[in-house]
Design a protein around this ligand. Structure first.
Ligand code: MCN
Ligand code: CUN
Length: 795
């Protein structure tokens, strides 16, 4: 581990030190800042038709009839699709990524408000949208369940009566850890603290909504689908399975994506409707969601009701943690989670602490709400796990009258405990949590902040300081126990060095704004010693990139990034063989200095990688058994996840009169192992911290008791802007991953995962004078005002 500022300056502008290059600007920004990005809605094909979707205004009910006569008679309408029509083609239902099924268009029943009922394809988008109003659907309303707590009551209507033998709203039960051992520790613990907390339903709300353009060629039987997908290859396999099209005849292209944040992982009914529409009309068809559709029908996140307990000694040693979770999955289990992990990686709820036992029991339920449940920079439910443990630790500190930092320092895992096998069976690869926390304390001047707080309290001001020390789990995942629908979570990479010494890297992961075209070029540049500018990164097109599982759970760096390193090393090894032949020495006579091979003892005798590349395609005699050309391919399975970590400190002021929270300072020290592009990392962290302010203070998808979604626009679903966030103060430590070839861990979701508990902890700390111990997110002024005025009177 080492701490510090940006890497030594002598390397900064040196292309031969591409990894860690402090100021390398993003290649893709050349087009983005000129407005030349190519997003789904920019795609125009000759003769393209437009699709719009009719959605159900009720949350639960039977479809009595669907009359499309008038819509079909509209002069600009080319096709009207209904559930009944899709059923004729066997396409009315599709599998979800969690082995559940979901209607593409409702056939006989509506399961949530704004579920897809029919589509119209017309010459232009206006006509398609207008014609939706000509469709006459008669519904028969059923009682609605929107509350996970009441979903399991005997009187609750059964939402998923499509599932054979289903008599309740149970989606799945899951447990992890050792119940007996945990209960035994709790039984003899000196201190037990419990707290129920709700992680509300939130939405990733990317700037660009979801959409697709399908172009089916009836002559060749080829389907090209441009779609907002974070996982083009996995989607292609699923389309092949669902639609019965041969997989090699499907090309999925994910062009520039205006933010995904997990929202673009699932397959949505709209994509399939667009494909069907193109196949039936023989024309290209475009579908673009509007904001309302995006917020009400696509993958939400969280919706966990967690009851957590922590057992400790009076001196503050944490002994065990147990939790009961009620997970609301909405109407269909639409999460993307490895088969063995229906609750994602929630199993890391033991956090960064050295404990003796842990147990989690979870019940997931169906409700009349939109499906999804994992999206929004969540690292497969690590967001929920981190929130639970970091809130609980603060509750314990409160109970014991200890400083929350002291309590954490007492319990953090020590560097020599890594690799550490957690009480729920996860193997944390590396970490130095105390150093990360101490770096944050230093930047914050924690002791100074506490003094300031004491002074302010004395004068009636409400200042709070909140801490979270979190461990993330990213980079799914090891073949032995992780898959999506039976597909192992490996990534392909292919590297080709051309005769003139420039290169193309093809990767299976997919950028939604993370800057892969830059960082993956940096990775390869570091390994083969040619400048990043000479390396083009190709991604997001199944015809042009090798198979892999795509981008989510911050897996690009841990998995595809490792693949890029290893494929570059394969190319370098081949260049090594060629260099030996060219110089008429043995391989052992040569040493690699970034960019060239040198004869040991006679370093003036050398060859650059570019010279070798030219030779590789030339006419010289090749070494025995070696093919010409300079390229390689790899299919990489990680042996473990990577476990980045961070220590965050948040300082808030709460207005005693209005209960408005201002995040005044936020110190974030992250450790994602080896840092490839510090500027991009910082951007990722800034974004995630902003997410945290949103979730902690503003964002929530709510429903009324009839199942009406009350957060269907950005006027109701509040997103943070620059006005709500402070100047972020970031720092870092570097503890490389021992199993990643360059020691890099993921960073994309760390700040989203780690910041909400720090903010809530700070607000609760500010409101200590009111006796507050917990309040559920989002900490809106009205909620806090009620908490302040419903509790003990102010001093
Ligand atoms: N990086 C680095 N050094 C490291 C780790 C990462 O320089 N040690 C760089 C990577 O090269 C990459 C970026 O940081 O350019 C994020 O890398 P990584 O942590 O591997 O995450 P992914 O690239 O797999 O991105 C996915 C992750 C997820 S799951 C969500 S959700 C999210 C996020 O990234 N969605 C985003 N960040 C986002 N950022 C943007 N702009 N848009 C989104 O939709
Ligand atoms: Cu869970 S949001 Mo990201 O893994 O795509």
């Amino acid at each position: 581990m080492n701490t510090g500022e940006n890497p030594p300056t002598q390397f900064v502008d040196n292309d031969l030190k591409p990894v860690g290059h402090g100021r390398m600007l993003r290649k893709e920004d050349a087009r983005f800042i000129r407005g030349k990005g190519r997003f789904i809605d920019d795609i125009q094909l000759p003769g393209m038709l437009h699709l719009a979707i009719l959605r159900a205004p009720i949350a639960h009910g039977r479809i009595v009839s669907v009359d499309v006569t008038l819509a079909e008679a509209h002069p600009k309408v080319k096709l009207v699709g209904t559930g009944a029509m899709l059923a004729e083609h066997g396409l009315a239902w599709m599998p979800t990524l969690a082995n559940d099924v979901q209607p593409v268009l409702a056939t006989d029943k509506i399961h949530f408000q704004w579920q897809e009922v029919a589509f119209v394809v017309a010459d232009d988008r206006y006509a398609a949208q207008d014609a939706l109003e000509l469709i006459d659907v008669e519904y028969e309303q059923l009682p609605v369940v929107v509350n996970a707590r009441t979903a399991l009551e005997a009187s609750a209507p059964v939402i998923r009566d499509d599932l054979a033998g289903k008599t309740d709203n149970r989606c799945f039960d899951w447990e992890t850890g050792d119940k007996q051992a945990t209960d035994a520790v709790f039984a003899r613990a000196e201190v037990v603290v419990g707290q129920e907390m709700v992680y509300p339903r939130v939405h990733p709300a990317p700037l660009e909504t979801c959409g697709a353009v399908a172009n089916y060629d009836p002559i060749d039987g080829d389907l090209t689908l441009w779609s907002t997908t974070q996982a083009p290859h996995a989607h292609r396999t699923l389309y092949s399975m669902v639609a019965g099209l041969p997989e090699h005849k499907i090309r999925v292209i994910s062009p520039d994506i205006g933010g995904g944040f997990g929202n673009k992982v699932p397959i949505y009914p709209g994509y399939l409707c667009t494909i069907v529409a193109s196949m039936l009309t023989g024309a290209p068809v475009k579908w673009t969601e509007d904001r309302f559709e995006n917020l009400t029908s696509t993958a939400f996140a969280r919706d966990y009701v967690m009851h957590g307990e922590i057992a400790a000694t009076k001196a503050g040693r944490i002994l065990a943690i147990r939790t009961n979770v009620l997970a609301d999955h909405g109407a269909f289990n639409g999460v993307a989670a490895p088969t063995k992990y229906p609750a994602g990686f929630f199993g890391v709820f033991t956090g960064s602490y050295d404990i003796q036992a842990a147990h989690c029991a979870m019940t997931a339920v169906y409700t009349n709400k939109a499906p999804g449940g994992v999206a929004y920079s969540c690292s497969f439910r690590v967001a929920e796990a981190v929130y639970l443990i970091e809130r609980l630790v603060d509750c314990l500190a409160d109970q014991l009258g200890m400083d929350p930092v002291e309590l954490r320092l007492l319990n953090l895992l020590k560097p020599d405990q890594f690799p550490y096998t957690s009480m729920t069976g996860w193997i944390y690869d590396s970490g130095d949590y105390e150093s990360t926390l101490r770096e944050a304390l230093k930047i914050a001047d924690y002791a100074g902040l506490r003094r300031e707080q004491a002074e302010k309290r004395a004068s009636g001001e409400l200042m709070g300081i909140g801490v979270s020390v979190f461990t993330e789990a990213v980079g799914a995942g090891p073949r032995k126990d992780m898959d999506i629908l039976g597909l192992g979570m490996a990534d392909g990479a292919q590297l080709c060095l051309y005769p003139t010494g420039t290169a193309v890297l093809r990767v299976s992961c997919q950028s939604q704004g993370q800057g892969h075209e830059t960082t993956f070029a940096q990775i390869v540049a570091e390994e083969i010693g040619i400048p990043p500018a000479d390396i083009k990164v190709v991604h997001g097109d199944t015809d042009l990139s090798p198979f892999g599982m795509g981008t989510y759970g911050s897996r690009s760096t841990p998995v595809s990034g490792a693949a890029a390193v290893l494929v570059a090393r394969k190319v370098r090894d081949k260049a090594h063989l060629f260099a030996a032949t060219m110089l008429e020495v043995t391989v052992a006579d040569l040493e690699w200095r970034k960019g060239s091979f040198h004869v040991i003892g006679d370093p003036a005798k050398s060859l650059t990688i570019q010279q070798i590349a030219k030779w590789a395609y030339g006419t010289g005699q090749l070494p025995d058994g070696v093919e010409g050309g300079l390229e390689a391919h790899i299919h990489y399975h990680p042996e473990n996840l990577t476990y980045p970590n961070g220590a965050y400190i948040c300082v808030v002021d709460v207005d005693p009169g209005t209960a408005v929270v201002t995040v005044r300072r936020f110190i974030a020290v992250d450790d994602c192992g080896t840092r490839i592009n510090p500027m991009i990392i910082e951007g990722q962290v800034h974004r995630g911290l902003t997410d945290g302010v949103g979730m902690a203070l503003m964002e929530m998808i709510t429903f009324d008791e009839d199942g009406n979604c009350l957060a269907a626009s950005l006027m109701d679903y509040l997103l943070p802007t620059a006005l709500e966030v402070p100047d972020w103060e970031t720092g870092f430590t570097v503890t490389p991953s021992p199993h990643h070839p360059i020691g890099a861990k993921g960073i994309g979701e760390c700040a989203t995962v780690g910041s909400p508990p720090a903010i809530v902890n700070a607000v609760v700390d500010a409101l200590k004078p009111y006796g507050l111990r917990h309040a559920d997110m989002p900490l809106t002024p009205s909620r806090l005002w009620e908490a302040m005025n419903g509790n003990a009177q102010p001093p």
